[in-house]
Write a protein that binds this ligand. Sequence first.
Ligand code: PRP
Ligand code: URA
Length: 209
Amino acid sequence: MNNVIELTHPLIQHKISRLRSKTTGTSEFRALVEEIAMLMGYEALKDLPLVDVEVETPIEKCMTPVIAGKNLAVVPILRAGLGMVNGILNLVPTAKVGHIGLYRDEETHEPHEYYCKLPDPISERLIVVTDPMLATGGSGVAAVDFIKQHGGKKIKFMSIIAAPAGIERLMKAHPDIQLYVGHIDHKLNENAYICPGLGDAGDRIFGTK
Ligand code: PRP
Ligand code: URA
């Protein structure tokens, strides 16, 4: 699948291994998620459009490129996607932030929506959806459905660990988006958790459970 980009950079892989360890505590886990998001964002945003502006250096005036417009929106899927937001904002501080609140039903594993708010208007923005875990893909599909219903068109989805089933479901429903993943794990278990994964990302970021 052309629109699925696995980011194999050694720094990302190293930090994901630290995330996986059950001995990694909340504060290190949170810092790692933010760092990985920044490294992934560096790659995922490499096609941001540039425009030349005039700048006067201490030597002379020149035309030099800056990011065109203030057109980025970061949209975390709550809760765990929140952990990735500052990583992207470190790169593009002017980005607006929307929120999509979804939780998975423990029995059916299907997503339930509880809160959604997007920057308005959304249609001209490049939208980066963040969620560390893409498991069955149900939450990812619901989030992109919602963004498109509100006019979003240019969508990049960033996920630190993804299962093949989730990638397939998301890309089948939304073949026009670009999906950036830090690592593709091999399967889901009977509770729809990613194996080997890293456990419950939201609980590990926020220290719940
Ligand atoms: C987790 C994760 C994703 C979703 C992935 O969130 O952050 O949003 O599960 O699973 P899926 O691909 O099968 O939909 P969860 O519902 O546990 O909520 P939380 O972030 O609030 O803990
Ligand atoms: N959500 C998580 O946080 N972890 C998984 O492995 C699957 C869904």
